[in-house]
Design a protein around this ligand. Structure first.
Ligand code: NAP
Ligand code: COA
Length: 273
């Protein structure tokens, strides 16, 4: 469906998206704004977040950007206070700020491990916790961006996978504690998404990209729009009975290696049906 004909199902709602100067989270912020929400976005770089805010909407009455590091609770808290004073109580929170790189554990310094845990896991706690006082309750929908590595081990990702595993558990604990007050808490687990910094870092060459795609059940990368559509669903009343869930939008990543070739029955391997 052409976006011009989409219903503005988030009209009157206010959203905050953390880590939205680029990539998947910027795609989510743009999608929520197109659906009618007023959107505040944050990331570390004042310059990048201002450019991104204007890409969400050229109208500052619809989108604003704040420079804040998710590792700094007071800075994050101030973003929520300022957003609530400007736009009103907050209905939607997306916590997606993250840092990642490929690194064998034996070559990873304690500070490298800590840095990723602090951005991804502690940053997510900071964002969700700081939002709490400003949420419209009942009715608010909170979501974090996790990854398949949060529940399935993979090589050279001990730092990021440990952080995402923590996010998965945090999602469930907060869903239990905040559900009685009418706040839903979920997470989205994207598979490899085309045109993102994450994939530029983890599959930097065409050969690595082809290898990764060949292992996926759906044999292709997803798009930012695929993830934004799941986020929109989690913001809407269509998901009003869903909380404490990690939704896989991953082309089958969580199923494991679907390349199959080495284990194919001999007849199949010989090209017979
Ligand atoms: P990205 O474009 O690099 O997005 C990361 C964002 O986080 C940027 O806006 C960055 O902006 C911000 N950020 C980083 N450190 C921060 C900090 N300390 N405080 C505040 N903001 C911070 O990456 P992406 O690939 O789209 O990834 C987005 C999310 O999806 C991440 O949670 C990632 O783990 C998850 N994910 C991605 C994929 C994929 O295929 N790309 C797959 C699974 C999961 P500044 O530099 O301006 O701070
Ligand atoms: N391999 C191993 N260690 C690395 C590394 C790599 N590729 N990149 C950084 N580190 C280590 C550093 O050496 C440092 O440890 P040390 O003090 O023991 O040397 C530690 O990580 C912190 O690095 P620093 O550059 O000071 O951190 P930062 O807070 O400025 O940046 C990062 C955070 C490292 C995660 C940076 O890559 C970043 O800003 N990422 C955001 C974008 C992103 O990752 N997008 C993809 C999301 S999936």
């Amino acid at each position: 469906m052409n976006d011009a004909f989409r219903p503005r199902i988030l009209e009157g709602k206010v959203a905050v998206v953390a880590g939205a100067s680029s990539g998947i989270n910027l795609g989510i912020a743009q999608h929520l704004c197109r659906a009618g929400a007023r959107v505040a976005i944050l990331s570390r770089s004042a310059e990048r977040i201002e450019v991104a805010a204007r890409a969400v909407s050229p109208d500052p009455a619809e989108a604003i950007g704040f420079a804040a590091d998710v590792r700094d609770y007071d800075a994050v808290s101030s973003v929520f206070s300022r957003t609530a004073s400007r736009f009103g109580p907050i209905d939607i929170v997306v916590s997606g700020a993250a840092g990642n790189f490929h690194a064998p554990a034996a070559q990873l310094s304690p500070n490298g491990f800590r840095t990723v845990i602090e951005i991804d896991l502690i940053g997510t706690f900071n964002v969700l916790r700081a939002s709490f006082e400003h949420l419209r309750r009942p009715g608010a929908s909170l979501m974090s961006i996790t990854a398949p590595g949060g529940s399935h081990p993979s090589m050279f990702q001990s730092h990021a996978n440990s952080a995402k595993a923590g996010i998965n558990m945090l999602t469930k604990c907060l869903a239990m504690e905040w559900g009685p007050g009418g706040v839903r808490v979920n997470a989205i687990s994207p598979g490899p998404i085309a045109g993102t910094e994450g994939m530029a870092r983890l599959a930097a060459t065409p050969e690595r990209e082809a290898l990764l795609k060949g292992r996926l059940a759906l044999r292709d990368y997803g798009s930012k729009r695929d993830i934004a559509d799941v986020a929109l669903f989690l913001c809407s009343d269509n998901s009003r009975y869903i909380t404490g869930t990690v939704i896989d939008c991953d082309g089958g990543s969580a199923l494991g290696d679907a390349s199959g070739d080495a284990l194919a029955p001999p007849a199949l391997a010989a090209g017979k049906p």
